[in-house]
Design a protein around this ligand. Structure first.
Ligand code: MSP
Length: 507
């Protein structure tokens, strides 16, 4: 049986448009999915939108449209941009879809019947802005906005009873929460006694939600509803075979939604007797020009700004930058200058030049046909064995989500091919010895081809341009084999893959 890889992004709220944060997680998921497809695994990549709750209700009222109309409009923006930048999600789930609501209701009914959900009166602090009940201590710390005292009857999920089991699971499974700093954060949080989770909101206060199947005066709390998407999308309780084909998932999230994913969600699954996710990976945040992104500071990387960058360099190069410099472990800073620097040095200089050099020489001196590989010297053997080592490293780094390091390694290998050419000087030797120069060009091109194969998940359309002119009939299974480059094949003319940017003009 094939290995499986089920990867998810958070469901994005429809009260804001896509920005660099949502973009980053979704690109990361897309690239992981693509590498796993390369390994011929059974891959499922899920993303979508989170559409219930107070904020949507308020925003739609303000705009004089129905909440559903509001959701349709904003959800579409996400689907549009993902398509525009060529992401390949297998599914897009919306929490207002019937397939999702059905599963949420089924779980609520099951848990209610099992006595895992009970009704109780609460009197205490409530943050209207965050839609959360908070403790006296949290109130005193003052980190929540629009806090008021309320007294309300609601339904509660017995989350507290799973505290010890959850701690044990986190301690025994090193890969469950990654990276390690986030794991420690969750374990730290679990040192205080866990409370039961309020999972309803009275309709008198909020009507835009999934009605509780056992009490029509209440709707489901938006987080309890939204988290269930990860299993409703793959047909939990509807089609067991399909569900088991993909579950458990790898969840990619940002650091701010750690507690909901690492505490609420696993305990909900425990109560349902469902296996826990394989991994929850929480990345850091993008800052912008040294500060937290904000509309009022003018450093917010919104959809228009993103489109502008994509427009200038193409989506592929922008993805490359985001993944190489992104906040995998700690926060990262986005700066325009840094972006064009990385573009020029890695893509225009290292990769782009290498392609030009090789193609030019082959067109001019070998009638556009890939030269024959003759006797390999130590340097060619080294390039070849390094391509094998690199491929292994890439797939092993993948297990730890180190996409940044993957790109570092690949570009280092590309530099080493350039260095090889500088040592061999084929532009000089071609005038006196076509045969040995042919071996040099074959070797450089064979190495470049492996590097582009490994870059494919990050820059699919650019690398396809390269494969097309190379005309080698490559498929993903063969592309990573150095000697898979066919001698005598005719290569086509290539346009500059990554034209250089004039930094003075840009800045
Ligand atoms: N709807 C919830 C998630 C429910 S999942 C069942 C939510 N949505 S969100 O739209 O507010 O945030 C989605 C993701 O964007 C979060 O993972 C958050 O960390 C991420 N980001 C928001 N701003 C970000 C940056 N500046 N940088 C990186 N990611 C950030 O929370």
């Amino acid at each position: 049986m094939k290995n499986k890889f089920y990867v998810t992004t958070p469901l994005y709220y429809v009260n804001a448009e896509p920005h660099i944060g949502s973009l980053y997680t979704t690109i990361l998921a897309d690239v992981l999915a693509s590498y796993h497809r390369m390994k011929e695994e059974d891959v499922y990549f899920l993303t979508g939108t989170d559409e219930h709750g107070q904020k949507v209700q308020e925003a739609s009222e303000k705009n004089g449209i129905s909440p559903q109309e509001h959701c349709d409009k904003y959800s579409e923006q996400f689907r549009e941009i993902w398509k525009e930048i060529d992401l390949h999600n297998d599914d897009f789930i919306r929490t207002t879809e019937e397939r999702h609501e059905k599963v949420v209701k089924k779980i609520l009914t099951d848990l209610f019947e099992k006595g895992e959900i009970y009704k109780d009166k609460y009197e205490g602090w409530y943050s209207v802005a965050e839609e959360l009940f908070i403790t006296q201590k949290e109130y005193e710390e003052g980190n929540y906005r629009e806090v008021k005292r309320i007294s309300e009857t609601n339904y509660y999920f017995k989350m507290s009873k799973y505290q010890d089991k959850l701690i044990q699971h986190i301690e025994e499974n090193k890969n469950f929460i990654q990276p390690e700093n986030r794991r420690n954060e969750v374990l730290g949080f679990l040192k205080q006694p866990l409370r039961d989770l309020c999972i309803s909101r009275p309709k008198t206060r909020l009507s835009w939600g999934i009605e509780l199947p056992f009490d029509k005066d209440f709707v489901t709390y938006v987080w309890f509803d939204a988290l269930i998407n990860y299993i409703s999308a793959i047909k939990y309780s509807v089609d067991d075979e399909y569900f088991n084909r993909y579950w458990p998932a790898v969840h990619l999230i940002g650091k701010d939604i750690l507690t909901t994913h690492c505490v609420y969600w696993p305990t909900m699954l425990m109560a349902c007797d469902i296996e826990l996710p394989k991994t929850i990976f929480a990345h850091g945040w993008w800052m912008s020009e040294g500060k937290k992104m904000s509309k009022s500071l003018g450093n917010f990387i919104d959809l228009d700004t993103i489109r502008e960058y994509f427009g200038n360099v193409g989506d592929n190069a922008f993805k490359y930058f985001l993944l190489k410099n992104g906040p995998l472990f700690s926060d990262s800073d986005f700066s325009k200058k840094r972006f064009y620097q990385v573009y020029n040095s890695d893509l225009a200089n290292d990769l782009g030049n290498l392609v030009n050099r090789i193609f030019k020489l082959i067109h001019k001196n070998y009638d556009s046909k890939i030269p024959k590989l003759n006797k390999l010297t130590e340097s060619e053997e080294l390039l070849k064995s390094n391509s094998e080592i690199l491929t292994e490293e890439v797939f092993s780094l993948l297990e730890n989500f180190r996409v940044d390091e993957i790109l570092n390694k690949i570009i280092k290998y590309v530099s080493s091919i350039n260095k090889y050419l500088e040592e061999k000087e084929p532009w000089k030797t071609v005038k006196v010895d076509l045969e040995s120069t042919g071996t040099v060009l074959y070797s450089a091109l064979a190495s470049l081809r492996v590097a582009t194969g490994l870059l494919y998940p990050v820059m699919p359309s650019k690398m396809n341009d390269f494969f097309n002119v190379l005309n080698n009939g490559d498929k993903s299974e063969t592309i990573l084999k150095w000697s898979g480059l066919v001698e005598g094949n005719e290569i086509a003319k290539i346009k500059a893959l990554f034209p250089r940017f004039d930094m003075n003009k840009i800045l």
